[in-house]
Design a protein around this ligand. Structure first.
Ligand SMILES: Nc1ncnc2c1ncn2[C@@H]1O[C@H](COP(=O)(O)OP(=O)(O)OP(=O)(O)O)[C@@H](O)[C@H]1O
Ligand SMILES: [Mg+2]
Length: 252
């Protein structure tokens, strides 16, 4: 079941500096929401607050209407699919054990886990034989898919993806983005997708959030965002737009 998220005046400082300032936001169930903004804007911090790896200094996060602070973090995280920035697979575990990490924590027995791993590999379109591989033997794109499979293995209602396309070539990232979009729909998820790439965000998401220096400076549909005059938004849009124009000119 897709999850509803409500952020109420969330503030957090790190190392004495404010990193998120007065974040007020409601994400209804079922949205595919892109979270973008320059490096250091606070994107990862917002994801980490969402799955309680970090507690805000003030403000509340409601998950399906319940205050997230009232549930132990580890328990909460087992219901949330999280693919961390840089994938973060456990290097000494096989791909299969990585994928089944949360179900294992939840006490799922061996046979069930083996079946689940094969199903998740199918979902992310990797060969089932990858279950016995070690993470070091994966390409960047394959590792991203394993990270996605691991995030989906607990059958979450909420999927948090932190730059799943980083360091992938354009074709691979497009394939992975297609896969994420399809899985988002098929699995009935609320998905919060952090991406540096505004072109991805604009073409995939139903809604775009832009963070700038810890403040939410835009919250709009893709079409409305393009018309947004905020300087931080314009700065993000300028380069993909320019690139697209030059490409179109070449084909004319
Ligand atoms: N443990 C920490 N101690 C102090 N400052 C931190 C810590 N973690 C993050 N920060 C700071 O918080 C700010 C936001 O970091 P965050 O990782 O959320 O940015 P981001 O938007 O995800 O950036 P990127 O696009 O580079 O991943 C940055 O200025 C960062 O230096
Ligand atoms: Mg980050």
């Amino acid at each position: 079941m897709a999850v509803t998220l409500e952020y109420e005046r969330i503030n957090i400082s790190r190392g004495g500096r404010p990193v998120l300032v007065d974040i007020d936001l409601v994400l209804p169930a079922g949205g595919l929401v892109a979270l973008t903004g320059a490096s250091g804007a606070g994107k990862t911090t917002l994801l980490r607050i969402t799955n309680r790896l970090l507690a805000p200094d003030s403000g509340r996060l409601l998950i399906d209407g319940a205050d997230a602070a009232n549930e132990p973090g580890p328990q909460l995280r087992r219901r949330i699919g999280y693919a961390a920035q840089g994938v973060g697979l456990f290097p000494h575990w096989t791909v299969g054990d990585n994928i089944a990490a949360v179900p294992w924590l939840n006490g799922m027995e061996r046979q069930g886990r083996d079946r689940l791993v094969l199903e998740m590999l199918d979902l992310v379109e990797l060969p089932q034989s990858f279950a016995s591989r070690m993470p070091a033997a994966l390409s960047g794109g394959q590792a991203s898919r394993v990270g996605l499979a691991r995030a989906l293995a607990a059958r979450p209602g909420l999927l948090l993806l932190d730059e799943p396309f980083a360091a992938l070539d354009p074709e691979t990232r497009n394939e992975l983005a297609d896969r994420i979009e399809a899985l988002h729909k098929a699995q009935g998820l609320t998905t919060l997708l952090v991406t540096h790439d505004l072109a991805d965000a604009l073409t995939r998401a139903t809604r775009i959030l832009v963070l700038d220096g810890g403040r939410l400076v835009a919250d709009a549909t893709p079409a409305a965002l393009v018309a947004d005059p905020h300087p931080a938004v314009q700065a993000l849009i300028a380069s993909p737009l320019d690139q697209a124009r030059r490409l179109v000119r070449l084909t004319e």
